[in-house]
Design a protein around this ligand. Structure first.
Ligand code: GLY
Length: 400
C-alpha cells in the first residue's frame, strides 16, 4: 500500500531557508581537509580496533574496546568500508574483512541478536562486504540476520518489534523510529533471494511508522506501542527523549534519514513528503550553528548538543534532496543545510587527534535520561559524519 499523498499535511515553512541558501557554499577543499582529518583518526585507531570494536560511546573522548556484542558494532566496520572506498587503501579492507568474520560468527552463534538492530549491524558490515568484495560468507551472514529480524515481525500489528523477548509484556508491540534504518536489510534480502516476504514486512512497518510514530505536527514519538494481537494503536512513549510529548532529536534524525532510504526500495512518494515534513520541523528548531540539542524541545545552551543526530540528519537531508523533484521549493535548502552542518561539525566539533581509541566527533549524547555517553563521542555519529563526507565528495552507493 502507498501513503496517500493527499492525506499528508503541508510542511512547516522553512524559516531559515534564505540564510541557509546564502551561507553554505560547498567547498571541496574544506571538505577534503575534513575527510583527511577523519581518515587520520581512523588510522590512529586501526591497531586497537581491528581485533576489537569501539564501545557505543566514549569515556572522556576515548572508546573502550569491546567484542562484537553491541547493537553498534557495524558502525566502525562501516567506517572501515567507507575509508576503503574513499582512499582505495587495502589496509582498511583487510581490517574490515577481519571484522566481517566476527559478524558471521555472531549470527551463527546467536550472540545478542534478539533485537531489531540487525539492520544497523549487518548492512554496514556484511552487506557492504558483499557489495564491495563479493564475499559470499558475508552475504550468507547478512541473509541469516535478515531471517532473524523477520522473527520479530508481528503480522497483526504490521511492525517489527524493537526490543525484548517477544513474550515480554513491557516490550510487546513496541516499534521505534530508529527501526527505519533496519528495514533496508529486509529489502536487500528480498532483492537478493527473490523472496518477497522480507519486503512485504518492511513495507507494512514503514507505513505504520509514518502513520503512528509521526505526530500531526511532523515531530516524532521515539517509540509507539501497537496491540500485537488486534493490531490497534496504543500510544507513544519516549525512551531516550526528554518526555513522551517532546521530540528526541536523534529519533527525528532517524526519521529524516530512514524514510528516504526506504524510498530507494519502495517507490512511494509519500515517504519523501513525510521525510520533508520531519526535516522542516527539525530545521526550524536548531541553535544558530545548526547542530541540534539532544531533544528538539531545547534550542540553546546550557542544553547538550547531539552532534551524532546532526551527522545522521546531514546524510538524511542529502538522501531526501536526491529523491525530491528538482522543482521542490526546499530541495536546495536541504543540500545547503547538510553542507553547512558537515562543515561546522568538521571545523568546530572534531576531537583532537588524541590517544589511540579516541572518537572523531565531540559533543554527542547517547542516553540522557540514563546519563550514559553525555557530551561524548558516539560511534554512529562518527560513522554518519564520514558517510556524509563521502556522499559530498564521491559518487557513492549506500550499503543500506
Ligand atoms: N538506536 C539507538 C540510539 O540511537 O541511541
Amino acid at each position: 500500500m502507498s501513503l496517500l499523498l493527499s492525506n499528508i499535511p503541508a510542511r512547516e515553512p522553512l524559516a531559515r531557508a534564505p540564510e541557509l541558501l546564502a551561507q553554505a557554499r560547498p567547498s571541496r577543499e574544506r571538505l577534503d581537509a575534513i575527510l583527511a582529518a577523519v581518515l587520520a583518526r581512523i588510522d590512529r585507531n586501526l591497531e586497537v580496533f581491528t581485533d576489537a570494536f569501539p564501545a557505543p560511546s566514549s569515556v572522556n573522548g576515548v572508546y573502550p574496546a569491546i567484542d562484537n556484542i553491541e547493537w553498534t558494532n557495524g558502525f566502525w566496520t562501516g567506517m572501515l568500508w567507507l575509508a576503503y572506498e574513499a582512499s582505495g587503501e587495502a589496509r582498511y579492507r583487510a581490517a574490515a574483512d577481519k571484522q566481517v568474520r566476527t559478524f558471521a560468527a555472531r549470527i551463527q552463534n546467536e550472540i545478542n541478536v534478539d533485537h531489531h538492530d540487525l539492520g544497523f549491524l549487518y548492512s554496514l558490515s556484511c552487506v557492504a562486504s558483499w557489495k564491495l568484495t563479493g564475499d559470499i560468507g558475508a552475504r550468507d551472514a547478512a541473509l541469516a540476520a535478515a531471517r532473524r529480524l523477520m522473527t520479530r515481525y508481528l503480522p497483526a500489528a504490521g511492525i517489527v518489534q524493537a526490543w525484548g523477548d517477544l513474550s515480554d509484556p513491557q516490550q510487546a508491540g513496541r516499534m521505534i523510529i530508529d527501526c527505519n534504518l533496519n528495514l533496508p536489510l529486509l529489502y536487500w534480502a528480498s532483492a537478493e533471494t527473490g523472496d518477497p516476504i522480507f519486503r512485504l514486512a518492511a513495507d507494512r512497518h514503514i507505513d505504520q511508522a509514518a502513520r503512528f510514530i509521526v505526530r500531526s505536527d511532523a515531530s516524532t514519538f521515539h517509540t509507539f506501542y501497537m496491540d500485537p494481537k488486534s493490531g490497534a494503536p496504543v500510544g507513544g512513549k519516549t525512551h531516550q527523549g526528554f518526555s513522551d510529548a517532546s521530540c528526541w532529536a536523534r529519533g527525528q534524525a532517524w526519521g529524516i534519514s530512514g524514510f528516504p532510504l526506504v524510498h530507494r526500495y519502495k517507490a512511494d512518494a509519500g515517504l519523501i513528503q513525510v521525510a520533508a515534513r520531519l526535516a522542516n520541523y527539525y530545521l526550524n528548531r536548531l541553535p544558530a550553528d545548526l547542530i541540534c540539542c539532544w531533544d528538539l524541545i531545547f534550542t540553546q545552551a546550557p542544553h547538550e548538543r547531539d552532534s551524532s543526530a546532526a551527522a545522521i540528519t546531514a546524510c538524511g537531508l542529502l538522501e531526501l534532496a536526491r529523491a525530491l523533484p528538482l522543482t521542490d521549493p526546499d530541495r536546495t535548502a536541504y543540500e545547503a543545510a547538510a553542507v553547512s552542518m558537515v562543515l561546522t561539525l568538521g571545523e568546530q566539533y572534531l576531537l583532537p587527534l588524541g590517544a589511540p581509541g579516541s572518537g572523531v566527533l565531540a559533543h554527542a549524547v547517547y542516553h540522557m535520561p540514563n546519563k550514559v555517553g553525555v557530551d561524548e563521542a558516539c560511534i554512529w555519529g562518527d560513522y554518519f559524519f564520514l558517510e556524509a563526507l563521502v556522499r559530498l565528495t564521491r559518487v557513492w552507493e549506500p550499503y543500506w
